[in-house]
Design a protein around this ligand. Structure first.
Ligand code: SF4
Ligand code: SF4
Length: 136
């Protein structure tokens, strides 16, 4: 009985922390913060140095809209030249990285959302539902 309970608990906790059980909820408040403070992740690697950025910009022309803001141990932080009055001036043609922001995968790469961002992470299966399953 106890062994069965712990087996179920292990499975449910694994499920809870499985990235596939995580989804993005909420909505954009159009504060513009993410466009002014972004890390670039190209081919699963965060851009770390200026020379790396120059090399990538030569290959991927859309990167020319970004300017280096600062260098941090986690990578270069960029700002976008297309943000005016907190609005994207190329909204209908914005790059894919902007269209897909934020993604669940970025959290597995230690990225964080701005504390006032309107998006947040949540579990697809609510914790209460998992507890109710365990009680059965
Ligand atoms: S930080 Fe969040 S709320 Fe603000 S513009 Fe970016 S996605 Fe929208
Ligand atoms: S292209 Fe538009 S959405 Fe993308 S970072 Fe620049 S201002 Fe933001």
């Amino acid at each position: 009985m106890i062994a069965s309970f712990y087996r179920k608990l292990k499975i449910k906790i694994a499920l809870l922390f499985n990235p596939k059980n995580i989804k993005i909820a909420g909505s954009c408040k159009f504060c513009g913060y993410c466009c002014q403070n972004l890390y670039l992740c190209i081919h699963n690697r965060t851009v770390m140095t200026e020379s790396e950025f120059e090399e990538l910009s030569a290959r991927f022309t859309y990167l020319s809209i970004f300017r280096i803001k600062e260098s941090t141990p986690d990578g270069l932080v960029f700002t976008c030249t297309k943000l005016k009055d907190n609005k994207c001036t190329i909204y209908s043609e914005r790059p894919f990285i902007c269209r897909s922001y934020p993604t669940v995968r970025m959290f597995s790469m230690n990225s964080k959302l701005h504390e006032n961002c309107g998006f947040y992470l949540t579990a697809k299966i609510p914790f209460k539902e998992i507890l109710d399953t365990l009680k059965k």
